[in-house]
Design a protein around this ligand. Structure first.
Ligand SMILES: [Zn+2]
Length: 409
């Protein structure tokens, strides 16, 4: 009889607690992870987020779910336009080239390819349709070709981040735009400015604000109601808060059951950022080390905890990855001798009870720990180490005594 797998529990940023995961449709999961704004090579913080959600994607598949995984590309944005103007390139063209670089990094890190990787510039119709719905439902207004979302029309604004509208006003550092009805209102559509790419719309030429793309593209690929929405912790406010407000304003049925967020990457215990000069691209790390060393390093910390990027830690991960593959290689060599002699004598190889026990233990611990909100560090640093030690002990015994963890019958 097949062993029953443990219940999968995930930390939900909405309810601030671990919950048993239950998909809306039995056996199927829809998940949307906010992707990169493609204007430069991706950094270690990106690697962290997408490796963490790759583990989630793989584990859901391991549990038997059919998963539709959507991860977008932001290919129109202030930063992209600025960079394109600096280098004298078309912004969409510039962005597409960095999307390819990002996909190369993800391949190196052995992240599975999502089911859909939509780009904003390919979904203008869906975005405009959603803005029309929000305006029709009385939750947005047009000012001189710009469209703003009216936060006062969103009764649950702050539900994810816990922020109150008054807090936002108090913390404001930017000049108040007096065309907004409430300083916290945010742009759904920005009217075209000279030198910027634009698309026609009912409100005149322009381009979408940042937040609306994820609401429109998630609804397009997964319907307005789906299971998991994720991204970095820095996206909780304002990005995800605004997404909830927009999606609910466009469609009252909109619901996401689990919000999942990964922690920051720090360098020398300070938040990694360009301005502090402690900023590393994925490419810099993978030039020096095997990409799996970076993946191993990132998964050595629980995805919600901060992780401190340090060369010495990557060195340790690099050695660990080498040890894993060396052990597997040695095992294959040791086994091949057995396979040969077994086939010559017409016998079958049977795994010894001690080896079977070790395999079962590793699988049970893997399932238990991954089911506990994807607790990868214990699996990598303890369970897997124990199994590797067992394999090496067996191989040493084989060398010394000829007695083995495999027997023939
Ligand atoms: Zn997003």
């Amino acid at each position: 009889m097949a062993k029953v797998k443990p219940e999968f529990r995930v930390y939900n940023s909405m309810t601030k607690q671990k919950e048993v995961f239950k998909s809306m449709v039995e056996g199927k999961v829809g998940m949307y992870i906010c992707g990169v704004t493609a204007y430069d090579l991706s950094h270690i913080g990106h690697a962290r987020a997408y490796v963490a959600f790759d583990v989630l994607y793989r584990f859901l598949k391991y549990l038997g779910y059919e998963v539709v995984y959507v991860r977008n590309f932001t290919d129109v944005d202030d930063k992209i336009i600025k960079r394109a103007n600096e280098v004298g390139k078309d912004s969409t063209e510039l962005s597409r080239s960095f999307c390819i670089e990002f996909q190369n990094d993800m391949n190196d890190l052995q992240c599975l390819v999502p089911t859909h990787q939509p780009r904003v510039t390919d979904h203008m119709e869906q975005i405009k349709e959603m803005i029309v719905q929000i305006i029709d439902n009385g939750c947005a207004y047009v000012v001189e070709g710009d469209v703003y979302f009216s936060v006062d029309k969103s009764p649950n604004y702050g539900i994810l981040s816990g922020r109150k509208l008054e807090d936002n006003r108090a913390g404001e550092r930017v000049a108040v735009d007096d065309r907004k009805r409430n300083p916290a209102d945010f742009a759904l559509w920005k009217s075209a400015k000279p030198g910027e790419p634009f698309w026609d719309s009912p409100w005149g030429p322009g381009r979408p604000g940042w937040h609306i793309e994820c609401s429109a593209m998630s609804a397009h690929y997964l319907t307005p109601t789906f299971d998991i929405h994720g991204g970095g912790m820095d996206l909780i406010f304002p990005h995800h808060e605004n997404e909830i407000a927009q999606s609910c304003a466009a469609c009252s049925e909109s619901r996401i059951n689990y919000w999942m967020h990964n922690g920051f990457v720090t360098a020398n215990d300070e938040k990694m950022s360009k301005s502090l000069g402690n900023f590393f691209t994925i490419r810099e790390a993978t030039k020096r080390y095997h990409p799996l060393a970076l993946r191993h390093f990132l998964l050595g910390t629980h995805y919600r905890s901060p992780v401190n990027y340090s060369i010495s830690q990557i060195e340790i991960s690099s050695e660990s990855v080498f040890y894993i593959y060396q052990t597997l290689h040695d095992c294959e060599v040791a086994l091949s001798g057995f396979e040969e002699s077994a086939s010559e004598s017409g016998k079958k190889i049977r795994i010894s009870p001690a080896a079977q026990e070790s395999i079962n233990k590793l699988r049970d611990e893997f399932e238990a720990k991954l089911s506990d909100d994807l607790h990868t560090p214990t699996v990598l640093n303890s369970s897997l180490q124990e199994a590797l030690r067992f394999m090496n002990t067996c191989m040493n015994t084989l060398k010394v005594t000829g007695v083995d963890f495999f027997t023939t019958v």
